[in-house]
Design a protein around this ligand. Structure first.
Ligand code: ATP
Ligand code: MG
Length: 366
């Protein structure tokens, strides 16, 4: 351990499908990096999703929630699988994850979209992948049209059915995500693009007004605004123009999937969901991949990069986070690939062996 050894409690939720395989690699990488950077962990492994349903009958057991709430951060694999696909909504693995996010109050969802140069020319990746993309998309996660009241179905007097939802944002909800986004932009390249539909929607007009007001407190950040229709085009046309991007819940839902595609591989992308106070949830953006579970084929990079986000945004351990990110790049540069990112001329390995190679890179720290 280093000079000022710090200790953190981390909740591990392997979940279902490939979850246990990728979490095992990420845990090993965290431990080794911690040894080298003077950080200690107390890991608590708990059940959620399908694994929890099978063992306890509910997707989010009380023990899992209380463990998560008492920890500094939660590292999650993935939940779900064919086995539970026909369960009623309250007994779906994914419901456990939604409940966990709600209970922890994680209102900001961060998804970096980064292109790794060693992967750009790989034949398995799509042609739209562009060198130099390195953006952070921040999605407001607990407000907007997905939660707005009133909502529902109705019937007009003439018998015709209708349905409606409400896009609603209060000032405090906008201010909270705005401050959050400005702070992230400060730590990155100092550019923040807020995406809205302020030419049409009142909720977006208030959103834009609050961002303009709060910008006064962050003179070192260059704020710009873009309409969501234009943004969806610009993300494909020239994704390199973006540094930090922030948007509401529904636009973020759509744009985050779009942004991930400009990087080419689902197995490479991490995410963080953060609260004002209390632990965040760190997880790969991909699902539980039941089609390859238990076969040692899963790409662990996204989960390892989620562990790096846990260090940076969850624990404030920037140096250790960078060490892991550098190790990921070094492992790619040394040619190691799982099957989803394999191309001729590179070295095909399984999940476990890739983990070993990542650890060598963490150790050599080039
Ligand atoms: P969800 O609905 O839970 O978000 P999904 O069912 O849409 O997920 P995934 O579980 O992410 O989809 O799987 C989509 C495809 O990508 C599958 O063929 C899966 O094998 C593959 N895949 C996902 N994650 C990885 C990974 N880490 N390594 C290799 N392949 C993966
Ligand atoms: Mg799925």
């Amino acid at each position: 351990a280093g000079r000022h050894s710090k200790s953190y409690s981390v909740t591990l939720i392997p979940g279902d499908g490939i979850g246990p395989e990728i979490i095992s690699v990420a845990k090993d990488v965290l431990v080794l990096t911690g040894c080298l950077e003077g950080i200690k962990y107390e890991f608590n492994e708990v059940l959620m999703g399908g694994a929890a349903l099978d063992a306890t009958g509910v997707p989010l057991p009380d023990l899992t929630l209380s463990t998560a709430k008492q920890s500094h951060a939660v590292l999650l694999g993935a939940v779900g699988g064919y086995k539970w696909d026909n369960n009623p909504k309250s007994l779906k693995p994914e419901t456990g994850l939604l409940q966990l996010r709600k209970e922890l109050g994680v209102f900001a969802n961060l998804r970096p979209a980064t292109v790794y140069p060693p992967l750009v020319d790989a034949s398995t990746l799509k042609t739209h992948v562009a060198h130099g993309v390195d953006l952070m998309l921040i999605r407001e996660l607990t407000g907007g049209i997905y939660f707005g009241q009133p909502r529902g179905f109705g019937t007009y007097e003439n018998g015709e059915e209708f349905a409606f939802n409400t896009e609603i944002y209060a000032t405090h909800e906008i201010d909270r995500i705005a401050h959050f986004a400005f702070k992230i932009a400060q730590k990155r390249r100092g550019k923040l693009c807020s995406i809205d539909k302020a030419n049409v929607l009142e909720a977006s007009m208030l959103w834009r007004k609050r961002f303009l007001a709060i910008a006064q407190e962050y003179p070192d950040v260059e704020l710009s605004h873009m309409y969501v229709d234009n943004a969806s085009m610009q993300l494909i046309r020239d994704p390199k123009q973006f540094d930090t991007v922030v948007t509401n819940n529904i636009f973020g839902d759509i744009l985050s999937d779009e942004a991930s595609m400009v990087t080419g591989s689902i197995g490479m992308l991490p995410s963080a969901s953060l609260a004002d106070l209390g632990p965040g949830v760190f997880e790969p953006i991909h699902g539980s991949a039941p089609d390859i579970a238990g076969q040692d084929k899963a790409n662990p990079f996204a989960t390892v990069l989620s562990a790096a986000m846990l260090l940076r945004y969850g624990l404030g351990e920037e140096k250790a986070a960078e060490r892991i990110e550098n190790a990921v790049l070094d492992t790619l540069n040394r040619g190691f690939r799982t099957v989803d990112i394999y191309s001729p001329g590179t070295k095909l390995v399984g999940c476990k062996q890739l983990g070993e190679e990542i650890m060598k890179s963490v150790e050599s720290n080039v």
